[in-house]
Design a binder for this molecule. Structure first.
Ligand code: PLP
Length: 384
C-alpha cells in the first residue's frame, strides 16, 4: 500500500498513539478538578502547552487548544468580527482559502459584514498590490493561508506581514494547517502575525485536536462559551490525551525538518519529472520554492478525477481529488476555478500529498502504475 493522501489526513505516529493511550489510562482526571488527580492532568496540559509554545517560539499563554483546523479558522474569523465589530466590518481573505475560512466569511457577509476575496494568479498566488488596494479604514482582519491545500502554493506571507506593519490594528491571521513542518516556519510565525491555525491530524496526532496561536494582547471573542476553560477563551473540557499526543507529534515533526522537507521535495520532483513528459497531463504545482514540498496536483485531460483516484486505488495507491472535503461532492477544485482554469479541467484534477515517511521507491512505483493507467485512459479517450 502506498499512501499519498497526507494532506487529507496522516496516520497517527506509533509513539503518539502510545502517549494517547497511556494518558487516557493513567491521567484521565479533569484538569479543572481540584483534587490531585485533576492537578496531574492540569500539569500535563500545561506542560504540553509549554512544549508547543517552545517549538514555535511563542509564549504558553499564546496557545489555545481547539478541536482542529476548522474550529481554529472559524474562531479567528468570527471571533475577530465579534470583538472588533464596532471598529469596522470589512475583512480581507483570498479566493483560494479552505472552506473553513471561506464559508465563515460567507456567513459573516450574510450578517452584514463586507468581505474582499483577493484574486490569484495562474499559480494560485495573491498579489501584494491587490492586498494594499483592498485595505480600508474599516478593515479588521486579513486572513491568508500559508500553503494551499489543493495545489500547494505558498502565499507571500512575509510581504503580507510587511504591508500590515503599517496597519497595527488589523488582525493578521494565517491558516497554517498545511504549512507546519514544511520548512516555512519563519514565514508563518513572523513578527507581525496575530493568529495562526494548526490541526493535529495533519502531522500524525489524533483526529479532533488542534490549537491556535494568538499573539499576547490581541483579543478574540470566544466561539465556545461555557465553563471558562483555556483562560475563558475556549470552553469545553480539554482533551488532555490528544493534546499531550499532539505536543509530541509536533516535536517529532519539527525534528530534522530540513532533511524531511528535502526528502519530500525529491519524491515530488521524481513524480513531476516523470508525468510532465505526457502530453495529456497538465500540472498545477511546480517543484519550486514557491510551492510546498509535499503537494503535487495535476490532471490527465479528459479523465475525471474520481476515475483516476479509483484506478490508482485498485493498484494499492491512495491519492485524492483535490481536497478531501470536495471529493465526495464531485465539485470542481475551488482553487483551480479561482485560477480561471476551465471547469472541465478543474473537475479532473487529482492531488498526491506526501509526508516524511514516503520514499523514492514509492515514487517509482507510482510512476510505473501511472504509465499503465495513462495508456489505458488514452485508449478510452481515443475511442470516445
Ligand atoms: C488549509 C486547511 N485549513 C483548514 C483545514 C481544516 O482542518 P481540520 O480537518 O482539522 O478541521 C484543512 C483540512 O484539510 C486545511 O487543509
Amino acid at each position: 500500500m502506498i499512501y499519498f493522501d497526507n494532506s487529507a489526513t496522516t496516520k497517527v505516529a506509533p509513539s503518539v498513539l502510545e502517549t494517547y493511550t497511556t494518558v487516557s489510562q493513567k491521567v484521565w482526571g479533569n484538569p479543572s478538578s481540584l483534587h490531585n488527580f485533576g492537578e496531574t492532568a492540569f500539569h500535563l496540559l500545561e506542560q504540553s502547552r509549554q512544549q508547543i509554545a517552545d517549538l514555535l517560539g511563542a509564549k504558553p499563554y499564546e496557545i489555545f487548544f481547539t478541536s482542529g483546523g476548522t474550529e481554529g479558522d472559524n474562531w479567528v474569523v468570527k471571533g475577530t468580527a465579534t470583538a472588533k465589530r464596532t471598529f469596522g466590518k470589512h475583512l480581507i481573505t483570498t479566493a483560494v482559502e479552505h472552506p473553513a475560512i471561506h464559508n465563515s466569511m460567507v456567513q459573516l457577509e450574510e450578517l452584514g459584514f463586507d468581505v474582499t476575496y483577493l484574486p490569484v494568479d495562474k499559480e494560485g498566488r495573491i498579489s501584494i498590490d491587490d492586498l494594499k488596494a483592498a485595505i480600508r479604514p474599516d478593515t479588521i482582519l486579513v486572513s491568508v493561508m500559508a500553503v494551499n491545500n489543493e495545489i500547494g502554493t505558498i502565499q507571500p506571507l512575509t510581504e503580507v506581514a510587511d504591508v500590515l506593519k503599517q496597519y497595527p490594528k488589523i488582525h493578521f491571521h494565517i491558516d497554517a494547517v498545511q504549512g507546519i513542518g514544511k520548512g516555512i516556519q519563519e514565514m508563518i510565525m513572523n513578527d507581525r502575525v496575530d493568529f495562526v491555525t494548526f490541526s493535529g491530524h495533519k502531522f500524525h496526532a489524533p483526529r479532533g485536536v488542534g490549537f491556535i496561536y494568538a499573539r499576547s494582547g490581541r483579543k478574540l471573542a470566544p466561539l465556545m462559551t461555557g465553563g471558562g476553560q483555556e483562560n475563558n477563551w475556549r470552553s469545553g473540557t480539554e482533551n488532555v490525551p490528544a493534546i499531550a499526543g499532539m505536543a509530541k507529534a509536533l516535536r517529532l515533526l519539527l525534528t530534522d525538518e530540513t532533511e524531511k522537507v528535502a526528502r519530500e521535495r525529491a519524491i515530488k520532483q521524481r513524480v513531476y519529472d516523470h508525468i510532465k513528459e505526457f502530453n495529456k497531463v497538465t500540472i498545477f504545482s511546480q517543484p519550486t520554492d514557491g510551492f510546498a514540498p509535499h503537494i503535487l496536483c495535476f490532471t490527465i485531460n479528459g479523465v475525471r478525477g474520481e476515475t483516476i483516484v479509483h484506478a490508482f486505488e485498485d493498484q494499492g495507491i491512495y491519492i485524492s481529488t483535490t481536497s478531501a472535503c470536495s471529493s465526495k461532492k464531485h465539485l470542481a477544485s475551488s482553487t483551480l476555478m479561482a485560477m480561471n482554469t476551465p471547469e472541465a479541467i478543474a473537475t479532473s484534477a487529482i492531488r498526491i500529498s506526501l509526508d516524511e515517511n514516503n520514499t523514492l521507491a514509492e515514487a517509482d512505483e507510482f510512476n510505473r502504475v501511472f504509465d499503465k493507467l495513462y495508456k489505458r485512459f488514452s485508449k478510452i479517450n481515443a475511442d470516445a
